[in-house]
Design a protein around this ligand. Structure first.
Ligand code: SF4
Length: 395
């Protein structure tokens, strides 16, 4: 059977697929969902340039294929040594990507200079389809227009561009228009982030679990024309498998009884290619399992949305923390999962958002409340078992 989920080609218990370093928490925007509750001034306790180089050496020391190395913030442009960090990471053999804020610091000249230092990719945030709505979400006017300009410059100088969109009740109806923009502007990847209520995001209203199913069904449809992945919603992988198995029986999304929101989002997409075969779901990584986050002060977290610390790169090697942390090991163990996630037949390719489970229940292995799935309710149980066997996983 064809594999339906992309799997890393190595053991994610030994090395991460993605390493994200928050090089500063300083930022001039005031985004409503900011995980970091960023402020304008830099923290004097940030990792220094020398410590950053030492961290890069550690990331580069993982066996090939080396992790994707993402520099984030705050706003990474607030660090005057950003160019040096990008150049050093590139020299050490890492694919370096940047997740900047669209502030006046992000000039076309800076983007071209970053590219010349070896930067491979850039991710830009687009949470709404109009300047008014996006700028209201970001807390500063002019961000929408600047984002589009940066997008153009990045494409022109050969950077891969990923667009990040945060789904909340405020932004959800904008998704079709953002999908159309992403297609028109030939985005490399659309990363749709499902809110975790941490930082300033604690004040935002998330969508409900049934609405999340509607959004993910919509994203399945959008995926016929653009590459789509979800962040903090690994149950998208469950839905991709469900949709693929239904399609093999000649059935479509109607069998999943989607709600009104799906109908509105689908209609908003307008004319759109339909794929004879669904794209494979994004890679099977989750907080602490293929994915690791280092804060501006060197604290290591399972993800940027998971406040528990599992060590510090100032005092212990990253590889040792990653491989041996009891919390990370628990997060990687599907048998440790509780609630519906613990009973779910899809848990080996999903496992739910560990960050959200912790944010809402203080239980890192509890169920993900943004998933509406009742374990065992998908009718094609034999096909599910066969599909999961093809993923080289067993229950
Ligand atoms: S119940 Fe948990 S493991 Fe199952 S699909 Fe939902 S989030 Fe994933």
């Amino acid at each position: 059977m064809l594999k339906l989920v992309r799997q890393p080609r190595f053991d994610v218990r030994e090395r991460p697929f993605v390493v994200i370093w928050e090089i500063t928490r300083a930022c001039d925007l005031a985004c409503a969902h900011c995980r970091a509750s960023a402020i304008a001034a830099r923290n004097p306790a940030e990792l220094t340039l020398a410590e950053g180089r030492a961290l890069i050496d550690q990331v580069a020391a993982f066996e090939p294929p080396r992790p994707l190395f993402i520099l984030t913030g705050g706003d990474p442009m607030k660090r005057p040594d950003l160019m040096e960090l990008v150049a050093y990471g590139t020299q050490q053999g890492l694919a370096v990507a940047l997740s900047p804020s669209a502030t006046p610091l992000l000039t076309p000249e800076a983007i071209v200079a970053l590219r010349s230092m070896g930067l491979k990719a850039i991710s830009l945030s687009l949470d709404a389809a109009t300047p008014e709505r996006h700028d209201a979400f970001r807390g500063v006017s002019g961000v929408f227009e600047r984002t589009l300009k940066v997008w153009d410059t990045a494409r022109e100088c050969g950077l891969k561009v990923q667009i990040n969109t945060t789904v909340t009740r405020f932004t959800v109806e904008d998704l079709p228009a953002i999908a159309r923009m992403a297609r028109e502007r030939q985005v490399l990847l659309w990363s749709v982030f499902f809110l975790v209520n941490v930082g300033r995001g604690e004040r935002l209203e998330p969508i409900t679990a049934p609405q999340c199913e509607d959004v993910m069904n919509f994203l399945c449809d959008a995926g016929a024309a653009i590459a789509v992945k979800t962040t903090e919603a690994p149950h998208f992988r469950r839905l991709v498998i469900e949709r693929a198995l239904l399609a093999r029986r000649g059935l479509d999304v109607a069998s999943l009884s989607p709600g009104d929101l799906y109908g509105r989002l689908k209609t908003g997409l307008g004319p759109w290619p339909s794929s004879p075969r669904l794209r494979r779901a994004p890679a099977d990584v989750n907080a602490g399992s293929g994915f690791i986050f280092i804060s501006h002060t060197g604290a290591v977290h399972p993800s940027g949305f998971f406040p528990l610390t599992v060590g510090s790169v100032r005092t212990r090697p990253l590889a040792e923390i990653y491989r041996r942390s009891p919390l990370l090991r628990a997060l990687r163990d599907p048998q440790a999962l509780g609630g519906r996630c613990g009973r779910c037949e899809f848990r080996l390719v999903c496992g739910g958002s560990r960050s959200r489970a912790f944010a809402l229940s203080a239980d890192p292995v509890g169920e993900d409340p943004l998933c509406a799935y009742e374990p065992g309710s998908f009718p094609l149980a034999e096909e599910v078992a066969e599909a999961l066997a093809a993923e080289s996983v067993s229950i």
